[in-house]
Write a protein that binds this ligand. Structure first.
Ligand code: ZN
Length: 126
């Protein structure tokens, strides 16, 4: 019996229910992740960057395209946070984006990409 906190409203409930009885948020956080993806395009880059960080922890597949898009933003804070979040994804499009960022990105983007590419070559810790 797993009781956890709702991502939508914070209520504690049994996650076997499938959705929060208080607010209706799906147990898998579907609406929560959709809101985070929307926030990637928020006009305030700091909000987008925070959304990207949370997506990087949660790794929902539906966020991948929008993270790739945000990682090409001309606003460094938005782009760098999206690039860092992408590092959590195991996907060939991320590999390609990291190589691109390593070659063409800002100094911070090049550092993120270089570190991620090195870790990907090493594979998971033994
Ligand atoms: Zn709720």
């Amino acid at each position: 019996m797993s009781r956890r906190f709702c991502l939508g409203c914070g209520a504690e409930y049994d996650y076997a229910l499938g959705a929060c009885p208080a607010c209706g948020e799906p147990t898998d956080g579907g609406a929560f992740d959709e809101n985070l993806v929307r926030a990637l395009a928020h006009p305030i880059p700091d909000i987008a960057a925070n959304a990207a960080r949370i997506l990087g922890m949660r790794k929902p597949g539906m966020a991948l395209e929008q993270l790739l898009h945000a990682s090409r933003s001309g606003e460094p804070e938005r782009a760098e946070a999206a690039l860092e979040a992408l590092c959590a994804y195991d996907d060939v499009r991320v590999d390609e984006r990291l190589l691109e960022a390593q070659a063409l990105g800002t100094a911070r983007e090049r550092a993120i990409a270089k570190d991620a590419i090195r870790r990907r070559k090493q594979g998971p810790p033994a």
